[in-house]
Design a protein around this ligand. Structure first.
Ligand SMILES: C[S@@+](CC[C@H](N)C(=O)[O-])C[C@H]1O[C@@H](n2cnc3c(N)ncnc32)[C@H](O)[C@@H]1O
Length: 288
């Protein structure tokens, strides 16, 4: 397991720790959403409330779960793990729909706020949280969840952490359960975005200005784009390192971006209203 010192030094964690620190300065849940909401969702505004913020998550949860074949009756008895819950934008909705929800995040302060969000807009009695201390390992037993879900999180991790969390998602999902994992892969604008991201992450490390710019929207939007992973890379890593296997594998992508998958037995499908740089891995986990 990666030690804590190593994890603390990783530039990929800077924007989350910076926003997480802001959540610890106190303030109402609405104030916290206004000051940190933009790191979780593009819709921000000086008037945004926690209720409106959670409504954006509810809409996306309903849409994606429906598209992936998980309507209310199917979700009702299940335990769902959300990797990268943040302050609970989607978590509140998951707790309304599932029997149990485990929210996992690299920032412990976010998890505290996540509990607050779910307390106000979801079912706190169905929520537990787990801190991803090293950025790649889940402190959960094998086969402990029915669904492992992650949205706009794995793209922000260092590449090895994203692959590690993907393997962990498979490990903790019971045989017959499902992984629903969202990634980001290459698009043409990366020619500019990737070097800009490297530059910003270097600046974050500089004592004089790092702290200041890590709390700004413009810098974070460049610096947090930490990896690009293709479906083949993720699938190969799981095949090579996981004791379990995947069946019924579907890769979903935007209608505006062609994605080639060379692994056999993988269906490739278009999903409407998916960001053109994103893709989803949807698959059934089978025991070792
Ligand atoms: C863009 S936010 C998305 C939050 C939530 N999924 C949503 O849609 O509102 C990304 C989240 O991933 C978390 N995160 C980033 N790197 C992580 C890692 N290595 N392990 C766990 N969580 C991580 C951040 O702290 C942040 O809460």
């Amino acid at each position: 397991m990666m030690n804590q010192r190593g994890a603390k030094k990783r530039a990929q964690f800077v924007p989350w720790r910076s926003a997480g620190n802001r959540t610890e300065t106190g303030g109402s849940a609405d104030e916290i959403v206004r000051s940190t909401g933009w790191v979780f969702n593009n819709e921000t505004g000086s008037e945004l409330t926690l209720e409106e913020f959670v409504a954006t998550g509810d809409k996306e949860v309903t849409r994606y779960m429906h598209q992936f074949g998980f309507d209310a009756d199917r979700l009702a008895p299940l335990t769902l793990l959300e990797i990268g819950s943040g302050i609970g934008r989607m978590t509140a909705s998951f707790t309304e729909q599932c029997a149990n929800v485990i929210a996992a995040d690299v920032d412990a302060a976010f998890l505290e706020r996540c509990r607050e969000t779910v307390g106000k807009h979801g079912r706190a009695d169905r929520l537990t949280t787990t801190h991803v201390q090293d950025g790649s390992t889940l402190a959960l037993a094998n086969d402990s969840v029915d669904i492992a879900f992650s949205y706009i999180t794995l793209q922000h991790c260092q590449r090895n952490d994203a692959l590690g969390l993907s393997r962990e998602a498979v490990r903790v999902t019971r045989s017959g359960g499902t992984v629903l994992l969202n990634y980001r892969s290459w698009v043409i604008s990366d020619v500019f975005l990737i070097p800009a991201g490297i530059l910003v992450r270097l600046l974050w490390r500089m004592p004089a200005i790092g702290k200041r710019i890590s709390a700004t929207r413009w810098a974070t939007r460049f610096g947090w784009q930490a990896n690009r992973l293709s479906p083949d890379e993720v699938l190969q890593d799981i095949i090579d390192h996981s004791q379990k296997s995947l069946t019924d594998i579907t890769v979903y992508h935007s209608p505006f971006q062609v994605r080639h998958v060379s692994h056999s037995n993988v269906q490739v499908k278009v999903l409407k209203r998916v960001n053109r740089s994103h893709w989803w891995l949807v698959a059934t986990v089978r025991g070792a």
